[in-house]
Design a binder for this molecule. Structure first.
Ligand code: GDP
Ligand code: IMO
Ligand code: MG
Length: 432
């Protein structure tokens, strides 16, 4: 049975955690493919709300193997803590496999992240300050440490000594930052590595073996395709590829092993941090969407910027990622609005444009061409069958499908696990 990719179609926080969790119970495996603890994936269950940063969102499904793929950058101390917190809440974490090839985020990476943001002055990227960019930079510069290196007691300490020494010089001389306490951090890192060691393995073989056995494998991306390092709004992006191609690379699977690419999109848009956002709302409507959607960051608690659905950006994401179906989340947040606007086109300096500008200075000047849709002004949160959705809500969903070029297969009507409605088919068939 081939693999299913779950990716964010916008700027992150689309509800990937909830959708992955919904698919996980009927899948053999969930593999996290990219990013690090910049991610925050929320799963709301009767046992409480879980916020995953590094652990795949399949961990709440007993019997589902969870894999952290080679494309992820892992803060070992944070991962050890996240696992402990899950165990403290009664979650069985034994079915976890951590790729020995995944790179490690070290304490100086977040200090460099902070230093870089400071040097950017008035226009910082607004990173999560989790050291993600500097960790990926070290990886591609071939001076990174991988989980396997950290867990190898013959080399870990001398390598950490060398790295701390070099980066502390950089921190004090170039970034004018405090140095990291190498001695205490080394002990904490070695301690974390010891606790993670039982889970470390050849993740790509574990994933391929599951595919060979005919199990369904869900590949969970973090972030969103509009934050992609190559095709997002550079430099206001993250440092990995939260795309279908990136999912394959990060999870260790081949493109022809994938038969389903689920693009998770909010029924409107949100973005955290700086960067172009043509359909952004600065008015009372924006404020109301933020409050109704509880749009505050899972990882940093920052208020998210919100706006209308942007179908130009969405169409690009659908095309570049081969999105086969859309999971449209947070539809219930729009229950209170009439009309609802949809970003149907872009205008740059008075002329309509078809593409997403490459220069962020151009993208910043883009004005959205908004088209109104009728609001349904009904509470959708108790609806579980597609046919029970208000006809105006169904019209909105169909319009999103037509504008983006991919059909909407499921709709989120609330944060809870069961607040998921299939469109057209039985929900069991959709989350199979
Ligand atoms: P992720 O990073 O893509 O997993 O998304 P986040 O967890 O960061 O943010 C999504 C937020 O929306 C979380 O607070 C979810 O609990 C919540 N959520 C997910 N789906 C729905 C939905 O359909 N309706 C509502 N109201 N909230 C949702
Ligand atoms: P999930 O997986 C939303 C954003 C940051 C910043 C930019 C770069 O929960 O959807 P980074 O720390 O990655 O160098 O920050 O990317 N960003 C996210 N925004 N959701 C996320 O993850 C994000 N991960 C990074 O806010 O604008
Ligand atoms: Mg999130």
């Amino acid at each position: 049975m081939p693999a299913t990719i779950v990716l964010g179609g916008q700027w992150g926080d689309e509800g990937k955690g909830k959708i992955t969790d919904a698919l996980a119970s009927s899948s053999g495996m969930v593999v996290r493919a990219n990013g690090g603890s910049n991610a925050g994936h929320t799963i709301s269950t009767p046992q409480g709300v879980f916020k995953m940063h590094l652990v795949p969102s399949g961990i709440l499904s007993p019997g589902t193997t969870c894999v952290i793929g080679a494309g992820v950058v892992i803060d070992p101390i944070q991962l050890a803590q996240e696992l402990q917190e899950l165990r403290d809440r009664g979650i069985d974490t034994s079915a976890l496999v951590i790729s020995d090839r995944a790179h490690v985020v070290l304490p100086y990476h977040s200090e460099i992240d902070r230093g870089e943001e400071r040097l950017r002055g008035e226009v910082p990227i607004g990173t999560t300050l989790r050291g993600i960019g500097p960790a990926y930079a070290d990886k591609v510069s071939r001076r990174g440490m991988r989980i396997a290196d950290l867990c190898d007691e013959r080399t870990a300490r001398p390598e950490l000594d060398r790295s701390f020494d070099a980066r502390n010089k950089l921190l004090s001389a170039y970034y004018e930052s405090e140095e990291v306490d190498a001695v205490s951090m080394t002990e904490q890192l070695i301690g974390a590595a010891e606790s993670l060691w039982p889970f470390v393995g050849h993740a790509e073989d574990v994933v391929q073996d599951a595919l060979d056995r005919g199990e369904r494998v869900i590949v969970e991306c973090a972030q969103g395709a509009m934050l992609d390092i190559d095709y997002g709004s550079y430099p206001f992006v993250t440092s990995s590829s939260p795309t279908a191609a990136g999912a394959c690379q990060g999870a260790g699977i081949a493109p022809n092993q994938v038969d389903r690419v689920i693009g998770v999109f909010k029924a409107y848009s949100s973005r955290v941090g700086s960067g172009p956002f043509p359909t952004e709302l600065f008015d009372e409507t924006g404020h109301e969407i933020r409050e109704r959607g509880r749009e505050y960051g899972t990882t940093t608690g920052r208020p998210r910027r919100v706006g209308w659905f942007d179908s130009v950006a969405a169409r690009r994401v659908v095309r570049l990622n081969g999105v086969t179906e859309i999971a449209l989340t947070l539809l219930d947040v729009l229950d209170g609005f009439d009309p609802i606007q949809v970003g149907a086109g872009y205008e740059l300096d008075g002329a309509a444009i078809e593409h997403v500008p490459t220069l962020s200075t151009d993208y910043d000047r883009v004005k959205p061409i908004l088209a109104p849709a009728e609001g349904w002004l009904e509470d959708t949160t108790a609806i579980r069958e597609g046919q029970d959705l208000p006809s105006k809500a169904r019209a909105y969903i169909d319009r999103i499908g037509a504008l983006t070029g991919a059909p909407v297969s499921m709709v989120g009507v609330g944060p809870d696990r069961d607040q998921l409605v299939s469109v057209g088919r039985d929900i069991a068939a959709v989350i199979r």
